[in-house]
Design a protein around this ligand. Structure first.
Ligand SMILES: O=C(CO)[C@@H](O)[C@H](O)[C@H](O)[C@H](O)COP(=O)(O)O
Ligand SMILES: [Zn+2]
Length: 189
C-alpha cells in the first residue's frame, strides 16, 4: 500500500510541476478574464460531471462566498446543483441538454462560462459551451488528456497534461484555487 500511496502522490506532484512549467500563462489569462468580467458586472457560470460537478460547486462557492478576503459577494452559479432543474431537463430533453438549457436561460453576453471535463468530451458540457459561444460569452475549458472536442470550442483552454482522471482533477482544483486568489487580489487590492 505504501508504494501505491507514494506513486500516486508522486504522480500528483508531477502534474502540479507540469502546470507550473506549461500552464502558468493560461492560468493568468483565466484570472484576468474572470476578474475583468466580474468587474464589468458579468457573472460566472460553471459546470461539469461527477467529480467535476463538485469542482464546479466548489468554484462557485469561493466566488459567491469568499476565498480569503473579506469582500462583497460576486455572482457565480454552478449549473449542477438544482435537482428539479436537472431532472426536468434531463427527463424532457435528455441528459445532453442539462447544461445547455441552463445556459439558454441564464447566460448573458460577456458572462464567463466554464466547462470542467477531464476527457474534454462530455457532450452535455460541449453543447452548453457551444451555445455560450454563440451567445457572446467568454468560454473557458478546464480539461485533461488531449483536451478532446471541447478544446476546439472554447476561447481559452487549460488542459492538464495527464491521462489519469484523478490527477487531472487535482490539477483542476489547484487551478481553481489559484484563479480565486488572483481574482480577489485584482478586484480588492
Ligand atoms: O470523479 C470522478 C473520477 O475521479 C468521476 O466522478 C468522473 O468525474 C465522472 O466519471 C465524469 O462523468 C467524467 O466526465 P469527464 O471528466 O470526462 O467530463
Ligand atoms: Zn474524482
Amino acid at each position: 500500500m505504501i508504494d501505491d500511496i507514494t506513486a500516486q502522490l508522486r504522480a500528483g506532484r508531477q502534474v502540479l510541476e507540469a502546470l507550473e512549467r506549461e500552464l502558468a500563462d493560461r492560468i493568468a489569462s483565466f484570472a484576468k478574464l474572470l476578474a475583468d468580467s466580474l468587474a464589468g458586472g458579468r457573472k460566472l457560470l460553471v459546470m461539469g460531471n461527477g467529480g467535476s460537478a463538485a469542482d464546479a460547486q466548489h468554484f462557485a462557492a469561493e466566488i459567491v462566498g469568499r476565498f480569503k478576503l473579506e469582500r462583497r459577494g460576486l455572482p457565480a452559479v454552478a449549473l449542477t446543483t438544482d435537482t428539479s432543474i436537472l431532472t426536468a431537463i434531463g427527463n424532457d430533453y435528455g441528459f445532453d441538454a442539462i447544461f445547455r438549457r441552463q445556459v439558454e436561460a441564464l447566460a448573458d453576453e460577456g458572462d464567463v462560462v466554464v466547462g470542467i471535463s477531464t476527457s474534454g468530451n462530455s457532450r452535455n458540457v460541449q453543447e452548453a459551451l457551444l451555445l455560450a459561444r454563440e451567445r457572446g460569452c467568454r468560454t473557458v475549458g478546464l480539461l485533461g488528456r488531449t483536451g478532446g472536442s471541447i478544446r476546439d470550442i472554447v476561447e481559452l483552454d487549460l488542459t492538464v497534461p495527464s491521462a489519469d482522471t484523478p490527477r487531472i482533477q487535482e490539477g483542476h482544483i489547484a487551478i481553481i484555487h489559484i484563479v480565486c486568489d488572483l481574482v480577489e487580489k485584482r478586484l480588492f487590492p
